[in-house]
Ligand binder design. Structure first.
Ligand SMILES: [Fe+2]
Ligand SMILES: [Fe+2]
Length: 273
């Protein structure tokens, strides 16, 4: 199976990069499954129903979220009727939406997608390790799922690496999101789980984390109220990870960094071209 995971879509540049390039990549690389984090898709803050539909139509099978899940209040309502949109599983009981979903690929494989959120420098939710454990036990790799993708939305690389090792051998891919900066540690862990500390963002990298850079820079220089943060408007870069799985085990055979766009050193699975 060929899996593509892309990091946080930030505003219009991120959405544009996804809608322009994903349909072609899906075909060219014969992708079985595409998952994208969409927590910043609406102007940098949250996601709307029409934007979620746009991302799914461009070729995503599932969209994950994070600490910005409900910045657009409409997400509190439409998440209930959109099974392909998931928010962190470790939100308190009673939070709208779900923390995991199973999608079926065109070739009939079942892919469990789980979203959890770390607790270091973020809102302290329930234990993400226990939540991931519960979701994977309910739908184990090799039994109920042919692949398992876990989006660990977190700030601290230590917490993300710990999640990778905790789930090693039980998930196909554990990938970090949230920092909007891609890390270079993509690899297959000893137990067969593909791992990357952070996927980076799909957005305009001529920015501060996808937002127009002037106001964030000003905020570091002057501690006075200023203007609102606005998403950057330049051309977007796609960022994430590509994974090839072993069909018999559902574990990862090989991983590649994906960076396609104007600002970063480009990378992609050349063997798939
Ligand atoms: Fe984000
Ligand atoms: Fe985030």
């Amino acid at each position: 199976m060929r899996i593509l995971f892309l990091g946080d879509i930030v505003g219009r540049p991120g959405r544009q990069a996804v809608t322009d390039r994903l349909p072609g990549l899906r075909e060219r690389w014969r992708l079985d499954c595409v998952v994208i984090n969409g927590e910043n898709a609406a102007g940098g803050f949250g996601i709307t129903e029409s934007i979620c539909d746009e991302i799914l139509q461009a070729g995503a099978d599932a969209v994950t979220l994070g600490n910005h899940s409900f910045d657009q209040r409409e997400a509190l309502v439409f998440i209930a009727r959109q099974p392909r949109l998931i928010r962190p599983a470790n939100y308190p009981p009673g939070t709208p939406g779900r923390g995991a979903t199973v999608i079926e690929t065109a070739r009939g494989a079942r892919v469990l997608v789980v979203n959890v959120m770390g607790r270091i420098y973020l809102d302290p939710l329930d234990d993400p390790f226990a939540a991931a454990d519960r979701e994977l036990e309910a739908c184990p790799l090799g039994a109920a799922a042919d692949a398992v993708i876990v989006d660990m939305h977190a700030e601290a690389t230590s917490e993300k690496q710990a999640m990778g090792h905790f789930l090693d051998g039980r998930a196909t891919l554990v990938v970090g999101t949230h920092t909007h900066v891609p890390t270079a540690d993509h690899r297959v862990l000893p137990g067969g789980t593909a791992y990357l500390s952070d996927a980076g963002m799909c957005g305009d990298y001529d920015s501060v984390l996808g937002m127009q850079k002037e106001e964030p820079v000003r905020r570091f220089l002057q501690k006075t109220p200023g203007s609102r943060l606005e998403a950057a408007t330049g051309p977007g870069t796609l960022c994430g990870i590509a994974v090839e799985t072993d069909d018999s085990t559902g574990l990862a055979n090989k991983v590649w960094a994906v960076r396609l766009g104007p600002h970063l050193d480009e990378s992609w699975p050349r063997e798939w071209d």
